[in-house]
Design a protein around this ligand. Sequence first.
Ligand SMILES: C[S@@+](CC[C@H](N)C(=O)[O-])C[C@H]1O[C@@H](n2cnc3c(N)ncnc32)[C@H](O)[C@@H]1O
Length: 237
Amino acid sequence: MKPRLTPRLRTVAAMVPQGARVADIGSDHAYVPVELIRTGRAVKVIASDVHAGPVENAKGVVAAANLEDVIEIRLGSGFDVYQMGEVNSAVLAGMGGFLIRDLIIEALPLVKSLECLVLQPMVAIRELRVWLLQNGFEILDEQVAQEGQKFYEIFSVHYTGRCLETVDFKTAEMGCQMFRAEDEISMNYLAQRIQKTENVIRALAQAKDAEATELHAFEARLKLLKEAQACLSIQRK
Ligand SMILES: C[S@@+](CC[C@H](N)C(=O)[O-])C[C@H]1O[C@@H](n2cnc3c(N)ncnc32)[C@H](O)[C@@H]1O
């Protein structure tokens, strides 16, 4: 079985620090570990999954790539199957934002020791970002990956202990450095977010039972996104 690395997973792998010893939690197919070793980005990967099926799947992929000496596969939940010091980075991709948050909370001492966590939540992205910033994590890098019409937010973080008391609306919505004038994919994502927000506002405006506060929240979001787009468009010229 040859790993098929999609743009999402390629971006995740590219955000792992060079020379890392990596935990890939919720690895499933182990495509990220194989890419990390093949490109020389990681020197060792310990991949894990809470379900036996994905673990067997991952073992097959790693055996086919002949990388069993540098990629280990373990069965278990979150960071439970890792000892302090075994890895210095972690990838948690393709899971919900609340699950990622809970797995971090359950293993805080180990997580605090890591140089870098690469996170790619499928849902509750805003909630995870806000939680991280309010609980001592700093965002190191933010990227957007595109697969067809689907966009994925990916961020790398590490623990500093500096907690933000509040996270402003703009940072919660748009991250710290996710949208960049020179990055076509992030600009396409911004345009899609604007279009989707406009669609929601249109639907809410027509719905008889829509809450005014809900409509206002979407209007505020639209204003923010449009301002960012205008500002970045000027930078592109
Ligand atoms: C959608 S797959 C994502 C696979 C891969 N990381 C990716 O991004 O393509 C999510 C994987 O997370 C695993 N998973 C769910 N909860 C988990 C937990 N608590 N600990 C470890 N793995 C978990 C699931 O079994 C599944 O294989």
